[in-house]
Design a protein around this ligand. Sequence first.
Ligand code: THU
Length: 135
Amino acid sequence: MTQLELIALAKKAAQAAYVPYSHFKVGAALLTKGGKVYLGCNIENASYPATNCAERTAFFKAVSEGERDFEAIAIVGGIEGNFTGYASPCGVCRQVMREFCDDGFRIILGKNDDEFIEDTLSGFLPYGFTNENLI
Ligand code: THU
């Protein structure tokens, strides 16, 4: 699967975003090493901290169905689904990625104009806290 194909799926996922407060729609498409894709959108709540980000929606859907091996995630975000800029994953989502992914996990940020940037999880979250710190 190409980066642009995964980004197209993230844009589709963003259509389901529940964003009555921010109007900022986020979509994520999470690719497993086996080639399956799990979609996620952000789901807001009147009690704002109860909001779930798109990336975590995708991860929790996948993990809850037994997936543990992940290759890449594409993310788009913008007001009313207008993806003019890059939406970078928040710190909590990076930490959730850290739990299930190795350093080389690919994070792809997409935009409307078919431009994208890609880096690894270790680029997005250097010196991350992992289960190895608990030993
Ligand atoms: N949001 C995400 O879905 N993912 C991120 O990594 C950053 C923020 C959502 C949460 C909220 O619904 C909206 O974007 C504005 O913060």
